[in-house]
Design a protein around this ligand. Structure first.
Ligand SMILES: Cc1cc2nc3c(=O)[nH]c(=O)nc-3n(C[C@H](O)[C@H](O)[C@H](O)COP(=O)(O)O)c2cc1C
Length: 195
């Protein structure tokens, strides 16, 4: 089945040598080879203010950049979010983008149906890809992959995403050669299958 894939490259640093950028590009190339439609948002290219108040969150007028991001999330049937682990979690700038984009009225209804707000991004799937200095198993087992679980459960499932898979890539410092190529190959394969 052909998917509409939005890739969010959530690295705040535009430097081309950042591994997250290479992973995002590899996923995009794989998705294109699988005949999927692909759009890419690069956090490092975006300018937007920090969200500071609940009043703005609920009733504010998002900037043009944020509206464009919302349009892409609406369009997508599968969303891929890649980020480097910073202080155990996603970089603050990526969290700031999600706070701006996933507002009530867009991501979930402001009014509740029973106990829960209505999910407005229902039925979509996602993949989260996280790079980190520590071994991936350590983040998963000792730290319980808490940022990934938060993104999966507090954010994506809350707004209606159905299936959210994750890939943790550890020991990335100095990653080169076959190991690096292996991860890029894996991203291309995932992209091709829109997984
Ligand atoms: C501000 C900052 C905080 C970091 N915090 C962590 C951390 O908590 N745990 C960890 O394993 N790696 C940490 N790292 C290492 C990054 O996760 C790692 O350098 C990055 O995933 C490499 O991918 P990149 O080439 O795309 O930047 C940190 C790096 C920076 C710059």
């Amino acid at each position: 089945m052909t998917e509409q894939i939005l890739i969010i490259d959530g690295h705040p640093d535009p430097a081309p040598e950042r591994f997250v950028h290479a992973l995002a590009d590899a996923y995009r190339d794989g998705a294109a080879s699988g005949q999927h439609e692909v759009m890419m948002l690069r956090l490092a290219d975006l300018e937007f203010p920090l969200l500071r108040t609940q009043a703005d969150y609920q009733n504010g007028d998002p900037s043009q950049t944020i509206r464009r991001c919302q349009g892409l999330v609406d369009w997508a049937t599968h969303v891929v979010i890649l980020y480097p682990l910073w202080l155990g979690s996603m970089p603050a700038m990526l969290k700031a983008l999600l706070e701006q984009v996933l507002r009530p009225g867009f991501a979930f209804s402001a009014r509740k149906l029973g106990r829960w707000p209505v999910k407005l991004q229902s039925g979509k799937s996602a993949r989260i890809v996280v790079t980190m200095g520590m071994p991936g198993w350590l983040y998963r087992w000792y730290f319980r992959a808490h940022s990934v679980r938060s993104l999966q459960r507090n954010i994506l499932h809350f707004i209606g995403f159905r299936r959210v898979r994750a890939t943790l890539i550890g020991n990335v410092a100095g990653l080169a050669g076959e190991a690096r190529q292996g991860y890029l190959k894996k991203m291309r394969e995932l992209g091709k299958r829109a997984r």
